[in-house]
Design a protein around this ligand. Sequence first.
Ligand code: AMP
Length: 549
Amino acid sequence: MQGLMQEQQLLISMLLKHAERHHSDTEIVSRRVEGDIHRYGYADMARRARKLANALDRAGLAEGDRVASIAWNGYRHMELYFGVSGSGRVMHTINPRMHPRQITWVINHAEDRVVCFDATFLPIVQAVHANCPTVRHWVLLCDADALPPDSGVPGLISYEAWIGGETDTYNWPQLDEHAAAGLCYTSGTTGDPKGALYSHRSTILHAYAGALPDAIGLGAADAMLPVVPMFHVNAWGLPYVAALVGCKVVFPGPAMDGKSLYELMEAEKVTFAAGVPTIWQMLLTHLQDNNLKFSTLQRTIVGGSALPAAMQRTFEDEFGVAAIHAWGMTETSPLGSVARLKNRQLDLPEEEKRRILNTQGRAIFGIDMKIVDDDGNEQPWDGKAFGDLWVRGPWIASAYFKSDQNPLKTDQDGLSWFPTGDVATIDPDGFMHITDRSKDVIKSGGEWISSIDIENVAMSHRGVAMAACIGMPHPKWGERPVVAVVRKPDADVTREQILALYSDKLAKWQIPDDVVFVEEIPLGATGKMQKRKLREQLKDYSLPDLQDL
Ligand code: AMP
């Protein structure tokens, strides 16, 4: 027997319609690339998203066509999120920190039809546009009179001129909720970037689950500041959660330094913020150096890489702000787990509570997780046994965009799981703690660096017999890459010669901080480099003090 409830597809346009109707004058405040502060309400945002949808129709974009952004967190970017996906196209957010070669690769792989970008990123567009034949329109996210006269980008138009002449009425299409809505490439594994393709349904379910009190926990009384970029897993889905709950949104634009963030938080009475530890470190240092306090901030969600226990304590003890640890990845939309105490844990000793809150947390509703050994056997939830972390759920990737490879694993019960590449323990209460990473990558300031890319460049030197790149702990960036090199017999290759090889191959921040020469690199029975052993071997090594990344 079927239930007798109305049938309605879960669509991103629902969020926009809801926010416009119920929170029309709730503010969306943005620090713009131009430096000034822009503010308007959800109703204005919705109106302009409809104009944008009309502009996309006029440009002849079909359902499913990709529209890319290379942009900071701001109101125009938010309009793109809703106008592009709401009208049935796919919002492809590009990470500007990638090397221009990789940016060209993802634009071509996605077959983007339109690329909208902030003025900051004009040099990227100048470098890549000639090699992106699928792009019909390059749109600068700026006022009509702010277009540079000699950009060198043929046909460049300003966003305001582009949408300016359009009407603000639009009938959002009734799409299939399984239709693609967003595309985000991750370089969190080796090889070419891989595209996670979100659907309307996965985005809405993720927003519902994310808004829950034990997840992100947002409501209409909040003022939210997403420091996490909208080009990194849709700012953890926060723009959608914001429209769902109708909270005030404060976008920092390009100004991510401690002083600018602090001033914006205070001026706009921000109650909630989200970002990676590196950003918070800069913010806390600014407050400590200038003897400042937060007057409205209550909570921060910290994820992307492990939240250092000392940072969590500083937030709480010095500033009275809860630093809530969360885990996720591009392929998981990203929310997977959040560290929130259970009722009976409230009476535990303070130190024990802190230990629990410093784990990566419990799976939120909708996510199933388990840890397995090399043969896929589930490991006990005893807080001691560790294994590869596998996850499944309605907002977990089932495949990558335009890829034949099946990333999933099938367990003994025939269920499909996404292997995260993280190694973790899970305690009897379900709190997951990441202890290591099985994927061969390094995360610096919340962004990926492929150790294989670094090794391949080092190996291209005639004097190098073997190279192994590992991440070394760094107080500001979390990890920095260091490459261990075995010289060929009689070769006299130097550190400087190897470092010089990287300058035109990797983005500056991806270049290893150091080269250390070793006699040998530990190998396993199958000849695979044993990086865990190499890390032990180099435990007394300390990174050079490089300021400029
Ligand atoms: P990305 O796809 O770039 O968001 O990266 C996802 C990966 O970042 C995860 O698989 C983890 O390796 C790492 N990560 C994310 N959140 C955390 C966290 N809270 N603690 C440790 N590692 C994390």
